[in-house]
Write a protein that binds this ligand. Structure first.
Ligand SMILES: Cc1ncc(COP(=O)(O)O)c(C=O)c1O
Ligand SMILES: [Zn+2]
Length: 402
């Protein structure tokens, strides 16, 4: 009996087999979720069994696809108590292989691609997913075809090329990249591993939900702040919480899920503010937080539903606030975050100011990637820090150019 019983459409509930590669629901394009026989798994899998298991996301193998993992050591990242705010934790996803949480989703997707015998994968990416696919495809001996905006952080392009991927730089946004993958995949024989258009990236990302619960001693935090582009992590964590409840590991309590987006591309925030169940395409998307430059999320209806069900919120923060948070986290926490990740701090500040959270609330902020991949794009941040740190300038004056 395979662990996954079937795939299920999140719109119409149609069941599909997981024995062959699937994309989205053939009837209505809905996102497919992998479903497990959790009743049977409950009898054999408990938190006590995690002791001594590998410190990667594959420690939760019992609720993951049954296939030989293509792993580079992803997951089980530290959850660090903030040095600034009591009851705040920073889940540092920058410590993953390829420097971002995208490693989790792509490890799972490439694992299943290899399992199915797929030879060529394609991805539209805002940057980090491209690097992650390229790395896991290299490890699996599979071709990776990458389409990303030509102005992605340089590290994403360079790492993808090093990993041996076929890289196309597109004069446009991730939505244009997605269109190009769609236009070429049939003729080229590519399998499309776009966000939420295959079922297993969610399975990789859901492990963040298992980890938050395990690392907090199986207690749910009051809130989780998640920098949202396509929203796979939020969707995955919510799925994980439901699974954990069915396994009897947690009760019906849930964190308030918070989406943070950049004010220069905030389609989910706009839809949330307008009380809508789906988002509209955001025109002229622009932000330094490259991973948040997603003008239309395929799983928008799922994200908005989670915000509603959890009593959460959607918050927009400006690039200036994001860059200030990058700088602040680096100096105060010793964490050099990706701009997307630092957006979580900017959102937390707002939610404390407006009283949504108070100092008693346990809140987990997701730093989704490392700042080391953004050295070219966070130049503004450095300028900013120069202005604010006269001592640096003074020292620079003594020892030479800063
Ligand atoms: C560092 C970082 N954070 C957040 C995101 C947004 O992730 P998601 O599309 O899963 O919402 C991305 C996407 O590229 C990213 O690279
Ligand atoms: Zn359907």
């Amino acid at each position: 009996m395979p662990r996954i019983t079937h795939l299920e459409c999140t719109r119409c509930g149609q069941k599909l087999s997981a024995a062959t590669p699937q994309t989205v629901c053939p009837k209505d394009g809905g996102v497919l979720y992998a479903r497990y026989d959790l009743k049977a798994i409950k009898g054999t899998f408990s938190p006590a069994q995690l002791r001594g298991r590998a410190c990667t996301m594959w420690r939760y193998a019992d609720v993951m696809p049954e296939a030989e993992p293509v792993s580079l050591g992803e997951g089980f990242t530290p959850i660090l108590p903030s040095r600034e705010y009591l009851n705040v934790y920073i889940k540092d996803e920058g410590l993953n292989p390829t420097g971002s949480f995208k490693a989790r989703g792509l490890s799972a997707a490439v694992t299943m691609a290899k399992h199915y015998g797929l030879k060529k994968l394609a991805i539209p990416s805002a940057g980090n997913a491209a690097g992650a696919l390229a790395a896991y495809a290299a490890a699996a001996g599979i071709e990776a075809h990458i389409f990303m905006p030509k102005d992605v952080p340089m590290a994403n392009r360079i790492e993808s090329e090093y990993y041996g991927a076929y890289v196309t730089l597109v004069d446009g946004l991730i939505s244009d990249c997605a269109r190009m993958v769609g236009e070429h995949k049939q003729i080229e024989g590519w399998f499309d591993v776009s966000t939420l258009k295959e079922p297993f990236r969610v399975e990789g990302k859901k492990t963040m939900g298992y980890e938050v619960a395990e690392q907090l001693g199986w207690r749910m935090p009051q809130g989780i702040i998640y920098p949202t582009g396509g929203g796979v992590g939020m969707i995955g964590m919510w799925k994980a919480f439901d699974e954990m409840e069915q396994l009897g590991w947690i009760g019906p309590e849930r964190p308030q899920m918070i989406t943070v987006q950049s004010a220069g591309c905030a389609p989910i925030v706009k839809a949330w503010d307008e009380g809508k169940t789906a988002a509209e395409m955001w025109p002229n998307a622009a932000t330094k937080a490259a991973g948040l430059r997603v003008p239309k999320a395929y799983g928008d209806y799922l994200i908005l539903d989670i915000l509603r069900q959890s009593g959460g919120a959607a918050v927009a923060v400006t690039d200036e606030e994001i860059l200030d948070a990058v700088h602040h986290w680096a100096r105060v926490e010793g964490i050099f975050a990706a701009p997307e990740g630092a957006a979580a701090l900017a959102a937390y500040r707002k939610l404390r100011e407006n009283g949504f959270f108070d100092g008693e609330d346990t809140v987990v902020l997701f730093n989704t990637g490392t700042g080391l991949k953004y050295l070219d794009t966070t130049e503004d941040c450095r300028q900013h820090s120069r202005e604010r740190l006269p001592t640096s300038r003074q020292i620079a004056g003594i020892i030479g150019p800063y």
